[in-house]
Design a protein. Structure first.
Length: 197
């Protein structure tokens, strides 16, 4: 399998963590890709020019981290997506929260590079407010301590906040969430998927 990736993408980190958790990371060749440059080799498999993009053994191109993670779980250990029932809905809920934090944080990060104007500042504030509300929800109801798609996604989202917005001090007033993340960050699947640096 081939994975088009960018080392600092939280979505890529989620995929790498899932591959590690499923015991199949050694089956994946990573191809460093700058999706903003729309390289031809990425466009040939993903017309959206986004990473992560996984090309399976049989040549099927999968994009969007949620789809890729479910595929990896299906061919790997099969432990990250619980069977239908309360545990599955909870895991998927946390995946959605984590993806939402990543969406808001990445959007905010991209806006920071644009010229200052009122509309940009309003958009960044809106994204920051969404992140704060999601963090407050997670403080009140953190994910489980075991690995599933929800806990992996939340850990990758919080790691991205540390990487790109360390000055935001998301841990302040969120001791329970900070403690959960500290323990999760020690797991080899999360630690092993951290961007270099």
């Amino acid at each position: 399998m081939k994975l088009h990736y960018s080392a600092t993408s939280p979505y890529v980190r989620k995929v790498v963590a899932c591959a590690l958790a499923c015991g199949i990371s050694d089956q994946i060749t990573r191809i460093e890709t700058n999706p903003h440059a729309s390289p031809p080799d990425l466009l040939a498999v993903n017309p959206l020019s986004k990473v992560p993009c996984l090309v399976t053994q049989d040549g099927l191109a999968l994009f969007d981290s949620a789809v890729i993670c479910e595929y990896l779980d299906a061919i790997g250990a099969g432990l990250l997506f619980p069977p239908p029932g309360p545990a599955r809905w909870r895991a998927l809920k946390f995946q959605a929260i984590g993806d939402g934090i990543m969406d808001a944080a990445v959007s905010r990060r991209l806006d920071m590079a644009r010229p200052t104007e009122a509309a940009r500042e309003a958009a960044m504030a809106r994204q920051q407010d969404a992140i704060v509300r999601a963090l407050d929800l997670l403080q009140a109801d953190p994910p489980a301590n075991h690995l599933d798609i929800g806990s992996i996604t939340i850990a990758c989202a919080l790691g991205y906040l540390d990487l790109r917005f360390a000055s935001d001090a998301w841990r302040e007033g969120r001791g329970k969430l900070a403690q959960w993340y500290a323990a999760m960050a020690e797991r080899p699947e999360i630690n092993g998927s951290a961007p270099p640096g």
